[in-house]
Write a protein that binds this ligand. Structure first.
Ligand code: URA
Length: 209
């Protein structure tokens, strides 16, 4: 199966998934979208109202801001793969529960990452960050890349947080400006190895950036 077929299969499975509670209240599941060979992958938290209506990630206010941030670094949303930790909207936008995160990421997100094999993963918000970098505060680590399983992970604030708290706007803008160089330099990292590397491997803070 090629990457395109793998991603289509995952999307199809997501659309009819009943593995957790969230399927009861969703209108549309939101698998994610973007080029199959994307060098960079953005992972948000979970669909909100508009995403649930349309079945597409980041199409509401936070999505508009994400598009603005991307355009400032010369990228369009079509250039990058965008998805979420959980693929169905938590009711009233509540936090996704640990079991929902566990089930959804093990079943879908991990396979999406493996298929796309991006050079750089940008986590948007703490739920996404915690998948790769547990037990840290986003205020301490945002914009600081870490190497996780041979892949560069860049934690960032969620765009919605910057919309609610204006002082975070320049912070997230600055963090986005790091991305072009990180993408260019990511080639210098050891190749990404997915399955064989165990969780014993601690994320390493990169000193070269
Ligand atoms: N917030 C998210 O985390 N994901 C979306 O897709 C939209 C808003």
């Amino acid at each position: 199966m090629n990457v395109e077929e793998m991603l289509s299969e995952i999307s199809l499975e997501v659309s009819s998934c009943t593995l957790c509670e969230l399927h009861h209240s969703r209108k549309n599941a939101v698998p994610g979208e973007g080029p199959v060979n994307s060098e960079i992958m953005f992972i948000g938290e979970g669909p909100g109202f508009h995403e649930n209506e349309q079945g597409r990630p980041f199409v509401g206010a936070a999505g508009k801001f994400l598009e603005e941030l991307l355009s400032k670094i010369g990228l369009k949303r079509e250039d990058v793969f965008i998805t979420n930790v959980v693929k169905c909207r938590p009711p009233k936008n509540r936090d996704p529960q640990p079991e929902e995160v566990e089930t959804c990421t093990k079943t879908y997100l991990d396979r999406q990452i493996q298929a796309i094999n991006p050079k750089v993963i940008v986590t948007l918000g703490r739920f996404s960050m915690n998948l790769f970098i547990p037990n840290v505060k986003i205020s301490n680590v945002h914009g600081k890349p870490v190497q996780v399983k041979g892949r560069l992970v860049v934690p960032m604030y969620h765009p919605a947080a910057a919309l609610h708290q204006g002082s975070l706007r320049p912070v997230i803008e600055n963090d986005f400006h790091l991305l072009p160089k990180l993408i260019a330099d990511a080639d210098k990292l050891p190749a990404a190895i997915d399955e064989e590397v165990t969780d014993e491997q601690e994320p390493k803070q990169l000193s070269l950036f």
